[in-house]
Design a protein around this ligand. Structure first.
Ligand SMILES: Cc1ncc(COP(=O)(O)O)c(C=O)c1O
Length: 352
């Protein structure tokens, strides 16, 4: 009976989430701050009054308007909501997957691009980044010529490397490819770079964002924005009622107080730079510069340092075997100042 499952699915390892109970959780790029108490109280009263017997609004326009206003989405662009941006990645690929069609990504990058391509039966091709994690223009453009991808996915800033690729190269890509180019801006709160302003001047550009890194990872909400003619087609593969009523309510309320999240993101950005500079003073630690809410760093013996941190109650992500370019690399999410201090002390002890 197992043969009923496609070989490529049987060959996959399910997306792994490490147990984190009792640990300082710095492995998943979450915002470490809670919502203010008043807002929590307001939310709990509104949640209690929800009509749980009814399906949610299938296309919540008030929430979309708030997103448009908060994110600066051009008026002429269309917006579709996803149950996290993971669902949007899946919707884009479902809409584009023909037998043999190619999804082009870069390596190392967000693992779900490759996994979802496999789920939907697209051929996954990738361009390996340079050892300093920059993107080679020539390698990218020749891969486009060779594979004629239906879709190119680029995380901007990239996960797990933390950098934004050269915008000039992405612009050339947009000129050269006849396929869709999806710029995944999951880490937009922590960088000044964005392709949103270019949306309507680029017929093949789609931009995705999520509220996850901004402070609402527990609310699964992302959006995809782009030219109406494309977004409306992608919207057809969206399952009905994909955003739950509690998620809609919480996102709408919190976005009405968006300054709370913006202030938290601002703090995280400052703390990231401070953390990076403190980490770089530790001998045996190489820190890569980041425009996201995490830092990638290289140590001599990643497994030993990971275990040393864990033993001291700190959970980070071990990426050292995820890709040859990441050998020796771990990734830490920026936490609260206290969490960052605990991490730094544990790193000093573990890396020595
Ligand atoms: C580049 C990138 N895109 C998308 C996601 C997933 O975001 P969401 O929580 O909205 O599904 C992540 C999560 O780590 C990510 O790093």
């Amino acid at each position: 009976v197992r043969d009923c499952i496609r070989e490529e699915i049987r060959a996959l390892t399910a997306y792994a989430v490490a147990p984190s109970e009792g640990l300082v959780k710095l492995d998943a790029m979450e915002n470490p701050y809670l919502l203010p108490y008043d807002l929590q109280q307001e939310l709990s009263a509104k949640l209690a009054a929800l009509h749980f017997n009814r399906y949610p609004d299938p296309s919540p326009e008030a929430l979309k308007s708030l997103l448009r206003k908060n994110m600066g989405i051009p008026n002429e662009a269309s917006v579709v909501l996803g149950n996290g941006s993971d669902e949007l990645i899946q919707m884009i690929m479902l809409a584009a997957a023909r037998p043999g069609s190619v999804m082009l990504g870069v390596e190392p990058s967000f693992i779900m691009f490759r996994m979802i391509a496999t789920f939907v039966g697209m051929r996954y091709e990738s361009v390996t980044l340079n050892p300093d994690f920059t993107l080679s223009r020539d390698a990218l453009l020749s891969a486009v010529t060779r594979h004629q991808p239906a879709v190119v996915f680029l995380a901007y800033p990239n996960n797990p490397t933390g950098n934004c690729f050269d915008a000039a190269i992405l612009n050339e890509l947009l000129d050269e490819t006849t396929g869709l180019v999806v710029v995944d801006e999951a880490y937009f709160p922590f960088t000044d770079h964005s392709f949103l302003p270019q949306l309507m001047s680029r017929p093949n550009l789609l931009v995705m964002r999520t509220l996850s890194k901004l402070g609402l990872a527990g609310v699964r909400l992302g959006f995809l924005s782009g030219p109406p003619s494309i977004v409306e087609e992608i919207d057809k593969v969206r399952l009905p009622y994909n955003i739950s009523a509690p998620d809609q309510l919480v996102a709408t309320e919190v976005l009405s107080h968006a300054e709370v999240l913006r202030k938290q993101a601002h703090l995280i950005r400052q703390d990231r730079d401070e953390l990076a500079s403190m980490m770089s003073e530790i001998s045996g630690v190489e820190v890569f510069s980041s425009e996201a809410n995490f830092l990638l760093f290289r140590v001599n013996d990643a497994r030993r340092v990971f275990d040393g941190l864990l033993h001291r109650g700190i959970l980070v992500k071990d990426l050292s075997r995820a890709h040859p370019l990441l050998s020796g690399c771990l990734r830490v999410t920026v936490g609260t100042p206290d969490e960052n201090q605990s991490f730094l002390s544990a790193l000093r002890e573990s890396a020595s």
